[in-house]
Write a protein that binds this ligand. Structure first.
Ligand code: UGA
Length: 437
């Protein structure tokens, strides 16, 4: 069997797919139109913070199974080409398919007859059906194979997936099998279906996770009001196999480049189809409300009252990324909360162990938030510390030292991350989310 694979797009989905397929024994050509990025990748430089990825890229290059180019024509002989292009949310929640459409027109000019075109990054429902027209060809089978990679776990998720979903029309079974063969070594369950079902599965999975997390956040509100502890409630719920323990952590809200975009896209698709998906709409509303709730909680902690003024109050923030293990600030609830506090006049010093130099400069310049290298320096004269991202290393900070630096030893722990006993011993008042603190 010919084992040559093309990957278009060297973002986190594309690069992970390319490097992992090379590890699984394929010869992979990865194309991206960003010349500087391709030059760096050829030298083995990986800008993404993704455990194991740089090592796999280096291995693929050294073993000559992975190469990088800006030239789509290099894909002329591939057996399969995976489309891993960004489809950002455009106006009104509709995905922007500009990059996608352009690449398909280019591919239509270079691919050999019979090459399988696979949509891998998230695309609107119905995209696979549009692909032949965009390619301008009908001799290239089209398969939808959505990715379920989590940032920070992308390599592990690719090499050990929970499931592989392959959507192809009935007449394209052979093409679907060729795509399934890419994953044979992972031994993951393979679910064969039609393209639209595969596309819906992707959105449905992310939107369901959003609903689950919003459920936990409303539950947290209830727990606070009735004197219960949401961490214990969700732990007990999670023992039920039908519910499961994951994605039930209350927090400052869900974010990142996928969940908000995909929940919005599912809503848009539902509306266009005449379906009122109120459950997902409410999950989105709850998410926005959750961020306001956190801002209110911080205001109460700092001033002692929900109506108190934050003008001139120093607040120390631990965590800006949308979740731990990544430096990604896109649609981060932490950034939304910090910016809201800054708008209300608070003087914010924030630390995040994963933040990039570029994001740091953008935040420093745009929002009056000072980003610090040292987690301890955020505490100086702070009226409260606020934990917004669940980086595990925050647990092990020297909390007595932090307490000594603050003007008021109060910590608002929006991830229920910290050890309450250690905090109490250090002299901190600990305020969690949905807990009795
Ligand atoms: C998400 C999905 O989990 C992946 O399966 C999917 O492939 C990916 O989107 C995608 O579409 O590409 P990711 O964006 O990396 O992955 O982030 P998650 O780990 O899902 O976390 C999303 C947000 O939910 C974060 O802000 C996180 O803090 C929040 N969250 C997570 C909660 O608020 N509570 C939880 O219990 C879990």
């Amino acid at each position: 069997m010919d084992s040559r694979v093309g990957v278009v797009g060297a973002g986190y989905v594309g690069l992970t797919s390319a490097a992992c397929l090379a590890r699984l024994g394929r010869t992979v050509t990865c194309v991206d139109n960003d010349r500087a990025k391709i030059d760096r990748l050829r030298d083995g430089e990986v800008a993404l913070v993704e455990p194991g990825l740089a090592e796999l890229v280096a291995e693929g290059i050294a073993e000559r199974r992975l190469r990088f180019t800006t030239d789509v024509a290099a894909l002329t002989d591939v057996e399969i080409v995976l489309l891993c292009l960004p489809t950002p949310m455009g106006p009104g929640g509709v995905a922007d398919l500009g990059a996608f459409d352009t690449v398909l027109a280019d591919l239509g000019r270079v691919l050999r007859s019979g090459s399988v075109v696979v949509t891998k990054s998230t695309v609107p429902i119905g995209t696979a059906r549009r692909v032949p027209a965009l390619l301008g060809r009908s001799d290239l089978p089209v398969v939808s194979n959505p990715e379920f990679l989590r940032e920070g776990h992308a390599v592990a998720d690719f090499l050990r997936p929970d499931r592989v979903v392959i959507g192809a029309d009935a007449g394209q079974r052979a093409a679907a099998e060729r795509v399934a063969a890419l994953y044979a070594a992972t031994r993951a369950p393979v679910l064969h279906t039609d393209p639209a079902t595969a596309e819906v599965t992707k959105y449905a999975s992310n939107a369901f996770l959003a609903v689950k997390a919003s459920y936990a956040n409303v539950l947290a509100d209830l727990c606070e009001r009735v004197g219960a502890d949401v961490t214990q409630v969700t732990r007990a719920m999670g023992f039920d196999d039908r519910i499961g323990p994951d994605f039930l952590a209350a927090g400052p809200g869900w974010g990142g480049s996928c969940l908000p975009k995909d929940a919005g896209a599912l809503l848009w698709a539902a509306e266009a189809a005449g379906v009122d998906f109120a459950l997902v709409r409410d999950a989105v509303k709850i998410n926005t409300r959750q961020q306001s709730m956190v801002v209110r909680k911080v205001r109460c902690a700092v001033t002692g009252s929900a109506a108190g003024s934050l003008v001139g109050a120093r607040i120390g923030v631990l965590g800006l990324a949308f979740k731990a293990g990544t430096g990604d600030l896109r649609a981060s609830p932490a950034v939304a909360v910090v910016q809201a506090l800054a708008r209300q006049g608070a003087l914010i010093r924030a630390h995040d162990p994963g933040i990039s130099a570029a994001d740091r400069i953008a935040l420093d310049a745009g929002s009056g938030v000072r980003v610090m290298d040292d987690p301890y320096s955020v505490a100086d004269d702070a009226m409260a510390l606020v934990v917004l991202t669940e980086w595990p290393q925050f647990r092990d900070l020297d909390w007595p030292l932090l307490a000594a630096a603050t003007a008021q030893p109060v910590v608002v722990d929006t991830r229920n991350l910290l050890d309450e006993v250690i905090l109490a011993e250090a002299g901190f008042r600990h305020i969690g989310i949905g807990t009795r603190g």
